[in-house]
Design a protein around this ligand. Structure first.
Ligand SMILES: NC(=O)c1ccc[n+]([C@@H]2O[C@H](COP(=O)([O-])OP(=O)(O)OC[C@H]3O[C@@H](n4cnc5c(N)ncnc54)[C@H](O)[C@@H]3O)[C@@H](O)[C@H]2O)c1
Length: 270
């Protein structure tokens, strides 16, 4: 039996906003990899995104592999859109058991000189958007008899340096604890995944082609992670294999946060 058989999953931010890797036709980001991997494990997936075309591209990739998926437009900064996204998952597939909110934005300038309007926009998407998706998804998951939720945080949640992105992600880590404690007796688990430096659409869009060469020497494993490696951690947290895990985070960072000196490491011998 597949690990998410008979489950309905909503992935917010399940499109991909950036270029594909060289030699690949489909651009893979964290959200798209999560949706595709969970569909391969039997979940019926509602993919929502502020870009309908991007959500549809993910759904088409799933259907092409023999999976079940639907797409709809929903910007998580809109309360009405978050409510509609949850309603659509339930009306399309009959229930909601699992939810992943992958949406997160970052500005090139992330220090205390940032415009207050940009600060408000980032918090509205990264933090308020998480709250809104939880507000509407949790009652449906409870109604379905329980399930699991994973929020996409970041290693930035536990490392300083930015004025907006890191604080927004740190609040997500606190939020998963709040949900976990409040809804444990309703059979709802809630955890976060904290990606490190991942070669995702977000990274390729904001960091350009040079990012891998620039950051790889800083990572103990000597390379960026892939969106599929983030997706496997999310799949585990959603699955029954994580049945006693709630209110915590998994770092997926190739050892980055374990490295005390954060200086370029000696070349790995391979
Ligand atoms: N790549 C990394 O190195 C890294 C590291 C740590 C954390 N993360 C986290 O991973 C997540 C994104 O990864 P990705 O590769 O899927 O990125 P991505 O930029 O491709 O975003 C995924 C989707 O989110 C959608 N989106 C953006 N704003 C939205 C909104 N307001 N409402 C609904 N959808 C919206 C985009 O249209 C896109 O299709 C973020 O939460 C990010 O903070 C990434």
């Amino acid at each position: 039996m597949k690990r998410l058989q008979n489950k309905v999953l909503l992935v917010a931010g399940g499109g991909a906003d950036g270029p594909p890797n060289k030699g690949e036709t489909l651009a893979i980001g964290n959200g798209r990899a999560i949706a595709m991997l969970c569909a391969r494990e039997g979940a019926r997936v509602m993919i929502t995104d502020r870009s309908l075309a991007s959500a549809q591209e993910t759904a088409a990739a799933i259907v092409a592999e023999g999976g079940v998926a639907q797409a709809m437009e929903a910007d998580v900064s809109s309360e009405a859109a978050c409510r509609a996204a949850v309603e659509a998952a339930v009306s399309q597939f009959g229930a909601l058991h699992l939810m992943v909110n992958n949406v997160g934005i970052v500005y090139p300038l992330d220090d205390f000189s940032i415009d207050t309007a940009d600060y408000d926009r980032l918090m509205s998407v990264n933090l308020r958007g998480q709250f809104l998706m939880l507000k509407y998804a949790i009652p449906e998951i409870v109604k379905a008899g329980g399930g699991a939720i994973v929020l996409n945080s970041s290693m930035a949640a536990i490392r300083g340096g930015g004025a907006t992105y890191g604080p927004s992600k740190a609040a997500i880590n606190s939020m998963v604890r709040g949900v976990a404690v409040r809804y444990a007796r309703d059979n709802v688990r809630c955890n976060a995944v904290m990606p490190g430096l991942i070669n995702s659409t977000l990274a390729r869009r904001t960091g350009g082609e040079g990012r891998d060469a620039a950051v790889a020497p800083l990572i103990p494993m000597g390379r960026q992670g892939t969106p599929w490696e983030v997706a496997h951690a999310v799949l585990f947290l959603l699955s029954d294999e994580a049945s006693y895990i709630t209110g915590t985070e998994i770092l997926v960072d190739g050892g980055f946060c374990a490295n005390i000196n954060l200086a370029p490491l000696p070349r790995l011998s391979r």
